[in-house]
Design a protein around this ligand. Structure first.
Ligand code: ADP
Length: 468
């Protein structure tokens, strides 16, 4: 099958979170399975852009409302990612350093989608599937079905994958002229609660809808930032497919970011060496269990309660564990987390920012990974942790529920808790420091976790079934 993925992120070109990881890996494994998968995304000014070679594939023009724009589609020359990567360049709109966060994001992503469809219109054939990811590409199913200028594409199957339903891309109806002409009576397919809602529109118009875990799919019908009734209504075409991880990128035996590579057999010594180095670099006590957090500092990840958690635990369970935080996001949370550092030398440190290499090093060095998320559609961090023999401590929600069992259960290998509260998390940290003393149990869990298969190879077939 020929599958065109349309996304705002794709690792290693541009990544802000799990969406980038998934779109950087799924097409590669679809190609390995014999499909012809490609990715098209905006051309941001990232390092990857400058460090690679590109050829021009297409030049075109289109309108965003009354505004005429020209665009160029370039293609990575060597196919080094294992799939064809296409970038859409629209001068002044997409060629920026960051992926998101600009006041004109609606204009940026709508013109991106119009450019993609204009390009597709020029193909002599049609792809079997256009697979759109999250709201940034969410108007495509509507435009393909209804916009007069894309009539040629009307029968192309569109599949939507929801990586995060919190973000829906709402825009006011005053911007409706951005969407190319369609029969006005179809407006209902764009609308949700008196706004143009790209995610809701994609759920209505896509041929099939998937989310990134089964539990998250179930949760969306009860809690999805206002779309509950829509998920209930459309449940017949919705399914949950757990994400995989790219075992070539995330492999402790070959990961070039690590201070020391290790296999399942050598996990105890290997992790110890990585931990020693990280503890030296961040001034932490290597004899204590090392608990890390890696992620966006936002409410969804329950990052807002982390400062209270650490203050509580560092005071009441002083000297039982040390902590290292890697993240960026909400400025107030960043400051609060950073401010704790000076009070607890040797026990607590932070790295505020985004650092891909450090994230790999922490998965390898840590004894435990804390994920108290309020919402977690799938969660990749815990799966990376499993692969690196790091025990996940997770709130029982979404994909975390589908991938982590509690060590108190038969053959359990993680720590689970029910509430994103200081008490529940502090209790889990107590359980972690307690089990850490039992080296036999820790070693058994590490080896068990590292043997779990979350590879994309095991997931690709599930997507193929959705496309058929
Ligand atoms: P989400 O997509 O909601 O942010 P996921 O768990 O699906 O959460 O994916 C998070 C990805 O982003 C993981 O690859 C994680 O290692 C990475 N990540 C998050 N924050 C940082 C950071 N500050 N530095 C490096 N990597 C990060």
């Amino acid at each position: 099958m020929e599958i065109l993925h349309v996304s705002a992120e794709c690792y290693p070109m541009a990544k802000a979170g799990g969406l980038g990881d998934v779109v950087g890996a799924l097409p590669k494994y679809q190609c390995k399975a014999g499909h012809f998968a490609k990715v098209v995304m905006p051309m941001y000014r990232t390092k990857f852009l400058y460090n690679n070679q590109w050829v021009i594939d297409f030049k075109g023009h289109a309108y965003l409302g009354e505004q005429y724009f020209e665009f160029t589609i370039i293609k990575e020359k060597t196919n080094k990612l294992g799939f064809d990567l296409y970038l859409v360049d629209i001068n002044g709109l997409l060629d920026r350093e960051n992926i998101y966060g600009y006041s004109d994001d609606p204009q940026r992503f709508i013109s991106f989608q119009i450019a993609v469809l204009t390009w597709l219109n020029s193909w002599e054939h049609r792809p079997d599937v256009v697979h759109v990811h999250d709201y940034h590409a969410g108007l495509i199913p509507f435009m393909v079905k209804n916009c007069h200028q894309f009539k040629k594409l009307a029968f192309v199957k569109t599949v939507l994958t929801i990586h995060n339903a919190q973000y829906q891309g709402n825009i006011g109806w005053d911007k409706h002229h951005y969407i190319p002409a369609y029969d006005q009576y179809k407006w209902g397919d764009l609308d949700w609660n008196n706004n143009i809602n790209p995610l809701a529109s994609a759920i209505k118009c896509a041929w099939q809808v998937t989310t990134v875990s089964k539990s998250y799919m179930d949760e969306l019908r009860f809690k999805s930032n206002g779309l509950e009734a829509l998920f209930e209504y459309e449940k017949g075409k919705c399914s949950g497919i757990l994400n995989g991880i790219d075992n070539e990128v995330w492999n402790p035996e070959t990961d070039h970011y690590l201070f020391n590579n290790y296999s399942i057999k050598g996990v105890t010594v290997g992790k110890k060496k990585n931990k020693k180095k990280i503890c030296e670099l961040y001034g932490l006590d290597e004899t204590l269990p090392l608990i890390v957090f890696i992620g966006r500092l936002v409410g969804e990840k329950a990052a807002d309660i982390l400062p209270s958690v650490f203050k509580n635990v560092l005071y009441h369970q002083r000297g039982k564990a040390c902590f290292l935080m890697l993240g960026s996001g909400d400025k107030q949370i960043e400051t609060e987390l950073f401010n704790i550092t000076s009070n607890y030398p040797g026990l607590y440190n932070t790295y505020i920012g985004y650092d891909e290499a450090l994230s790999h090093q922490l998965y390898a060095a840590a004894d435990f990974l804390l994920m108290p998320s309020r919402v977690e559609p799938c969660g990749l961090n815990q799966m990376y942790a499993l692969r690196y023999g790091t025990i996940p401590m997770v709130r029982s929600t979404g994909g975390l529920k589908d991938t982590v069992t509690d060590m108190g259960d038969w053959e359990g290998f993680g720590i689970r808790f029910n509430n994103a509260t200081v008490d529940d998390i502090a209790h889990s940290i107590y359980r972690a420091t307690d089990v850490y003393k039992n080296t036999t149990h820790i070693t058994w869990m590490r080896k068990y976790m590292m043997n779990i298969d979350h590879s994309w190879e095991s997931v690709v077939d599930a997507y193929t079934k959705v496309y058929l």
